[in-house]
Design a protein. Structure first.
Length: 203
């Protein structure tokens, strides 16, 4: 997990970086808003710790630019000011949470860990989706016999419709392969193809 620390306080960045690296996070740093935006584009961090007040660009404006660049980016605001109005505004603009300075190390790590959970879940779902897509691409039906050609013709005819289809045949003849073929050419091709072995389901 790569974390971008954006704060003009060099000592704070040093301390934060040490804490996070000790926990196994990959850490990059930026001292102002412009550098942070460049780091975002060049390094693609998973999470950003963003100071509310920066020397060149207001933290709120940086947050808006970051979310515009990557809507799913997780941003946690850092603030040394008990400015409830700005905190609420940041949350409405897409910030995941905020941490007050000076911060408690355990509280900081807990907040970051909680923020990483949906990131990890999103990655896992993307991986599963990629696996399903690869599975679709790996399934190819070929054959030159009249029976195979007729079956493929029928499969392509029913695939675009909303009809319920039953495939009959002995075990091992390729019913699941044909079902996959129909699914790939159906209006539900962007949804998961889920085979269920009824023989494994108890009464």
């Amino acid at each position: 997990m790569k974390i971008l620390i954006t704060d003009d306080d060099r000592d704070l960045r040093f301390n934060l970086s040490g804490i996070l690296k000790k926990e196994g996070y990959d850490v990059i740093e930026a001292g102002d808003g412009r550098e942070a935006l460049k780091m975002l584009q060049d390094n693609c961090p998973d999470l950003v710790l963003l100071d509310m007040r920066l020397p060149d660009i207001d933290g709120m404006k940086i947050l808006e630019k970051m979310k515009k660049y990557d809507h799913d980016l997780t941003v946690i605001m850092l603030t040394a000011y008990s400015d409830v109005k700005n905190v609420v505004k940041a949350m409405k603009s897409g910030a995941y949470d905020y941490i007050g300075k000076p911060f408690n190390n355990d509280e900081l790590l807990m907040t970051i860990k909680r923020a990483c959970e949906p990131i990890n879940l999103r990655r896992e779902l993307e991986h599963i989706k990629a696996q399903l897509e690869a599975q679709k691409e790996s399934v190819k039906v070929q054959g030159d016999s009249p029976a195979i050609r007729l079956m493929l013709k029928q499969a392509h005819l029913v695939a675009p419709t909303s009809m319920t289809v039953i495939l009959q045949g002995e075990s091992g003849v390729g019913k699941e392969v044909i079902a996959n073929l129909i699914h790939r050419h159906s209006q539900r091709h962007d949804k998961p193809f889920i085979p269920v072995d009824c023989g494994t389901i108890p009464e």
